[in-house]
Every structure is written in structure tokens, then in C-alpha cells.
Design a protein around this ligand. Sequence first.
Ligand code: UD1
Length: 340
Amino acid sequence: MEVKKKILVTGGAGYIGSHAAVELLKAGYQPILIDDFSKSDSTLLLGVEKIVGEKLPFYKGDCAKREFLESVFQIEGLISGVIHFAAFKSVGESVQRPLIYYHNNISSLITLLDVMKDFQVKNLIFSSSCTVYGQPDQIPVKEDAPFKRAESPYGATKQMCERILEDSYSSYKVISLRYFNPIGAHPSGLIGELPLGVPNNLVPFITQTAVGKRDKLTVFGNDYNTPDGSCLRDYIHVVDLAQAHVKALEFLNQSKPANSFEAFNIGTGVGVSVLELIYTFEQITGVKLNYSIGPRRAGDVEKTYADATKANYQLKWKAGFSTSEALLHAWNWEKKLAGK
Ligand code: UD1
């Protein structure tokens, strides 16, 4: 029997990490999950196990703690690659509490790189974000667009992490995936987005309002320079995004012999406005959303969407799900959480 390649997945109990674990198993890898449950709990792990029909190796701990990471590498033996999802990601919280963002997001990456070097593990996929571009001068935005000053400490941590990875290229083979806006849930309805407390992101706010958990949704501004005045984003189904990680691992294994750093945009290439997204949600679910227009949110970028040509050609990856499918899957997940 062929031995499965072990892939360490930090942040494996989170939204994207859990979907990636499913896709890794489907592709024949053995995901080893790590999470400290600081922004998650065991709900998504249980969902993953239901989908794949087996229990996955899991370690509870903080990747910024060297002894913890070392113990995982020691116990697991040969690890063929790492996908580093574990990070804080709330733009607003990062403005309120910048130091915990710098500490958590930067020191966990540095510790991970150090331990990977000690155990001679080279392959790394890093969870980056379109936030690194700030408000790009040209959209769709390409990977070689300059990094503008980050709008938030969260954005700054992603820029700094990419810089650290670029500078360390001679010792590792790194792919940085710059996600646009991940939405949706697994089509099985067994895993999805599970924000702790009040959601910051648009889609969980929409589904929680629709299910009656929140009274009202506020659209943050309708006076932007866009066709309907609300912000434009590139909403990518979380399963498509998860599959991009599998493609990136294949790319590292096959096409990239030398140590290197490469960044790829992961998006659909289509800009969708906040109001369009609300309208599509109402159309496909038949639920009328209680929403009103409010002031702009500080730090919001007016419009951004991906030029994903590089990922399409080099990673042989393309988004497959439509926005409607993503919204429907998110809605099914929300209803399931509410027991409806
Ligand atoms: C931000 C980051 C992104 C990061 C993500 C993680 C930037 C530019 N983007 O995405 O890199 O990966 O957070 O959380 O830093 N909206 C409303 N009402 C709401 C919530 C949101 O109108 O209640 C609007 C926002 O103004 C925005 C759009 O919906 O135009 C999407 O917002 P959100 O889901 O929070 O994601 P981003 O801010 O785009």
C-alpha cells in the first residue's frame, strides 16, 4: 500500500483549514491538523470526520510555541509539507489590538519556519490575502502589483509575513496564496464558517440575519465609485479555495525543483458588489433580508478583484462554483446550525 504523504495543517479547525483537510484527504494526502482553538472549537473537526469517515490526527496547541511544534514534528516523523492557515484575521480587531496580531501572526510563522528547517521540511503553502495590495491602482489585480500601505495591522501582518518568506526563499519552497473573499460552505452542509461572536464578514452576517440571529444587516456605504455605489469584491467558494492548496502542493512537488517563493491570486476574476450579493441571496433563497445603508466602514477598499490567470495556468486551478452556489451552501450551513 502506498504511504500517504503527511501534510501539516496549522489552523486545521478553522474555516478554510477544515475545508482544506477534506480536499487533501480526497487527493490522497494525510492531513495532520493543529489548532489552539483560540478562534474555533472542535465543531468543524467533527464535521470533517463525518465527511471523510475517519478520525484525523489532531494536536491542540499554539504554533508560536516552539516546544509544541517540535513535539508534533517529532511524533509525526516525515512531513512532506506544511499549510499555514493559523492566524488572526479580523481587520477591525487588529485595529483595536494590534500587538496581539503582530505577535500571533508573525511569531507563529517565524517559529514554524525555524522548526521546519530543523526537521528539513521545505514545502510551505502560506495563507495570504488580497489585503496585501491595499487599494490596487489597476483591477483586476495581478500578483506583481505593488503593495500599498496596509489599511490595518492585520493587512500589515500579511505583508510582513510575505516579506519574511521572500527573504527566506533560499531555504524553502514557498507558495503564498492570496485569497480574495472566501465564502460558502461544504456542499454536504457538515462544515462551514463559524465565527465566534458577531461576524465581521459579510456572508455570515447575511445568513445570520436571514435566519433571525441578527436583527439587521448594514451595507457599509453606497457612495463608492462603483456601478451601484457599494464595494466590489471577488467572492470565492471555500471548496474551490481549498482545492487551490492541493494544486499548489502538486506544483511544489512536480514543477519547482529549486528553493523559491511564488505568489498566486486565488479568486474568480469577477467583481460582485455588496448589493448584488444581497440581491442574489434573496433570489436563490426566497428570504427577504432586513438591511439598510449605513456609513462606510473604516479601512475598506473600494473595489478589488483578482486576475487569477497565473493560478489558472501554472497551478492548473480554476474556480468552479458560482456565487449563487456559494451563497446557497452558506445558507444551508446556517440553517443547519440553527437546527432548521
Ligand atoms: C477583509 C480583508 C481580507 C481578509 C478578510 C478576512 C481587506 C481589504 N480585506 O475582507 O483580506 O481576508 O477581511 O476577514 O482588508 N460589508 C457590509 N456589511 C457587513 C459586513 C461587510 O456592507 O456587515 C461589506 C464590506 O464593507 C465589504 C464587503 O462587505 O465591502 C466584504 O466585507 P468582508 O466580508 O468583511 O471582507 P473584506 O473586508 O473584503
